[in-house]
Design a protein around this ligand. Sequence first.
Ligand code: BGC
Length: 434
Amino acid sequence: MVAAFGGLIFGYDLGISVCASSITRIFGRRLTMLSGGILFLVGAGFNAFAQKVWMLIVGRMLLGFGIGCANQSVPIYVSEVAPYKYRGALNMMFQLAITIGIFVANVLNYFFAKMKNGEGWRYSLGLAAVPAVMIIIGAMFLPDSPSSLIERGKDEKAKQELIKIRGTSDVDEEFKDLVEASQSSMAVKHPWATLLKRHYRPQLVMAIAIPFFQQLTGMNVITFYAPVLFRTIGFGSNASLMSSMITGGFNALATFVSIFTVDKVGRRKLFLEGGAQMFICQIVITAAIASKFGVDGNPGILPKWYAFLVVGFICIYVMGFAWSWGPLGWLVPSEIFPLEVRSAAQSINVSVNMIFTFAIAQVFTSMLCHMKFGLFIFFAFFVLVMSGFIHKFLPETKGVPIEEMSVVWQNHSFWKKFVKSASEEANAKVDNSC
Ligand code: BGC
């Protein structure tokens, strides 16, 4: 029953993120955030004051709505309003908020679980109201993004917002680019069908591959598995607290590294460095577990140095994820989609991310039972594949204004045969009209 409901709720989350694509396109990014925040708040209320199981289910569905709306709108909103030189750093605040949220929730859950009256779960679930209120207040005061305003025909307001956001009236060039992007966007009546056209192949591939690979790094498995490992290697009953404090803390702190470097060294270098770091750690963790636990899971007495070694490499692994695939998994998709397919492509990105988060969480324990320490080799293999993918297929997007992004594909050795430059397109139109 629980698994079936879990699947249902998850499917519902996915459905929502597909609907959220139309909401972001028709009503704008700001309203999507605001409605997501309100539903998240109501959901937290249902859960905290639940008297019957159905209230928990309704609450969870509302939270799903909130998550779908936020993941859909926040990354693209930030990428649209940020000055392109700082777009990477500002967009990564989204991942920073995720990691701080996970850290705080885990630490609080640990203490709430110890409450004597058994009502701690109400506080755990009810405190989801805090981020909900934050997103509501934020969305109430934020202006909508200029791209989104132009997309909905509010050009004058868009120009004023652009002047306000950039802090200068010298915005004519950027405004012209945004209007042009919006004109080609308006010509597109069916963004989903358009996204399937050959011309958008690089964006479609990235919208699927990046979230898929992000989950195949095994990050969530390492963090799920860490408390078990920590307990086994001697952290005793405090293992889950220690684990969430240590891995959660490193996850949040290391995100700052990417915030400070992404607009200087670029996306590709972070992806590749993070990949190499995670790969090495996965091999060392595999070797450490294999040598002590073998396949029967019986380690005998574990020396202190061993505990330090395993915890140390888990932390280095988590840091590698936290400054590469974690934040870049949200940044890169949000900045490479042209306006006409941006909302549709982002909802594919969110859906693929959720499908694989769910799938991996479901199969992880049985994979662990069958593959033992080989599980980490499985993820290490994928980290190699994804690093090769980035090396060959992802162009650098650092410092490129979002409305000029088509150039990076036109100049890319592999993708240039899929995308046409503006002059080629104009020629093709002339040819067709003859
Ligand atoms: C990923 C999540 C992960 C989180 C924390 C996000 O970017 O999508 O699956 O749990 O980072 O590290």
